[in-house]
Design a protein around this ligand. Sequence first.
Ligand code: CDP
Length: 796
Amino acid sequence: MSQALDEIKIGGLGASRKRVEDNRFIRGKGNYTDDITLPGMLHMEILRSPLAHARIVSIDASKAWDIPGVHLVLTGEMMATRNLAWMPTLSYDTQAVLATDKVRFQGQEVACVIADDPYIAKDACEAIEVEYEPLPVIVNPTQAVAEGAPVIRDDKENQNSNVIFDWEVGDAAGTDRAFEQADVVSKLKLHYPRSHPSPIECCGSIADFNRATSKLTVYMTTQAPHIIRAAVALVAELPEHMIRIISPDIGGGFGNKVPVYPGYVCSILASILLERPVKWIEDKSGNLISTGFARDIYLDGEMALRRDGKILAVRMHCDSDHGAFFSDAQPSKFKIGLLHSAFAAYDIPVAHLSARGTYTNKAPGGVAYRCSFRVTEAMFFQERMVQAAADDLGMDQAEFRRMNFVRDEDFPHRTPFGFLTDSGQYAKCLDVGLKAVGYEDFRKKQAEARSRGRLLGLGISTMTEPLGAGNSREYDILGIKMFDSAELKIHMTGKAIVRTGAKTQGQGHETTWAQIVAHELGIPADDIVVEEGDTDTAPFGMGTYASRSTPVAGAAVAMVSRKIRAKARKLAAHLLEVSEEDVEWELGRFYVRSAPDRGVTIQECAMAAYSNMPDGMEPGLENTAYYDPPNLTWPFAVYIVTVEVDPETGVWDVLNMVAVDDCGVRINPMIVEGQIMGGLTEAYAMANMQFITFDADGNCVGSNYMDYLLPSAWETPGFELHSEVVTPCPHHPIGAKGIGECAAVGGPAAFVNAVLDALSGTGVRNIDMPLLPDRVWEAITYRRDVSGAPPVRSDD
Ligand code: CDP
């Protein structure tokens, strides 16, 4: 108990320490890419295609060149002379940097202008004359595979169709056999719509090539600076040690800032050509129309059930729309990310998933928006399917889940798709949630309200998510193994600096990494500074996405602290004049086992490392740890929502939402709560209001904040958070599991399930997100499912 109190005092594990980064953010002292001004800096703007699919007949940039203040106009043709018109993507595909032959989505980059200021550059973009010859447009996977469909990627040798991959996982024959034994087969078909991570800060870069030193420095909005450095070295054939990527403060990433965008590449080339710094800052429409979208996946599946409620098998198929270029960041081995983590929390003997990816005339999609590579889609389908199955069996939603959950005593558990889950208390989380929401009472109230024509509904969603890619045996991106790192330097006065290969974008790493060091070494968190995002100073790492920071970089912080403690123990033995075996450790202090009053603090050991080390010992107190996790971490959550639906208008209001998250040991409970609140808000937005789609001509509908809505505090319902279930991760050094994305992953199904529960008995099985009032009204009025798939022209 006293250790726990001491730990809270120094801001260690479990302390709800205020976020140290907020000191600068709330004072307007953040340092974002657009805040940086370099001497002699020029500005770049991008000309984008107005059409979704068209052949480029000609580009005439002469009028743009004539505008005073214009320094350079880049076109695909010029890029091609330097072999830079195309670049590799993170999924072994290629992507046009600037279009040469065709444009393949609305908003695609066609040319760039570099000028004295952004206004001149923008005007000059408008002066570029491009002649297009329109081509037929494809906006969904069904059209993409239809006979006679135009081949979008005719630039690729041997690409005769729009299919990118056909992939499968699981046991097809075993699943067939299980379906033959089923008493009931429950089916579900749905579309998880495109959504955009839409961080408040758009993407941008400042490239600064210095001919005198041959050094290229790029300030940019990237969640993975080291990967960008490697990509620049390989694509531009520049020496890696002469490239420095600096990712300053980032105003939200959510996966949007993982891919390599043409704007980054063009600003780098422009700086090399002009030998001046070149800044590119994307505008909001540019961000919404052309940078990495998420989801856009058609899921179709069925569940084999025994009459008593036991799930026997699951069969799933997905058609995934990747847009014009397959640029998803995901482990190389898995074509459709970790979609096959579906049903990991349920004890299902056998399953099969087939997945087909297609090109369409849309911006490249498939980024993992606050999710581990398609896990959001997996959990959404899982929980919608589970609700449909329970309804088909006439079983209680909670009871059906409880009877099929993996039980506490059955860990480690091999999921039907081959993942190994290692810990969890699923039924306990459900019980906490049901109690908090007043489940039995609500069901009575619901029945009573129904008799008076009022529609109340309750939706349950659970999720367990594989967080923390690697291990490196199974997880790599473009062959680069997934692990992470931390470097810790203890100065002679006992103050410290820790650097990791991760990159915070609002998650609070500057606060929580210091807490891990405080826990391991007893140095107050306020004495430790955290730095990330500069490839010249931070150790190599794979970056921050997929909630991998705590599971991997956070673990590396604990491991490097332990290396430091091991050396400090030797210093302590030297100072105390006893052998190392006689030295004991307590938070922040070594002491002699037989004389506990005789001790030295960690700060005294630090001073000794520079002033009084034993003969033969290497001076200094610093080290680096690379951490390759043995497994993913598997947090679990239960989200329960109650709603009332107005049958006259289709408008639905949230009455209550309860969230029970078990992410193992919480480093900073307040930050964890903030992560859950943010995730639930995004989940609510996706379920309720966020609409970004394409018309039959491939025009992006929703490319501004008037159409694509971000919920404010006004619209967002209140959330009741529960933290009483804690199942430490058995392999993480401090027992932590990831949390960043859990609520955004598991939340959407709870809202949708609640609205559909309110409509139970009407025969409506599915309404695609967002559950806009007109869709809900249509479902109620016509008693039919409502699809959200983008429309195709009737003559197509
Ligand atoms: O990779 P990312 O930072 O987005 O996600 P994360 O590792 O789940 O961490 C999000 C934030 O929550 C970080 O500041 C973590 O240190 C903190 N966290 C925590 O305090 N306790 C946990 N068990 C997990 C995360």
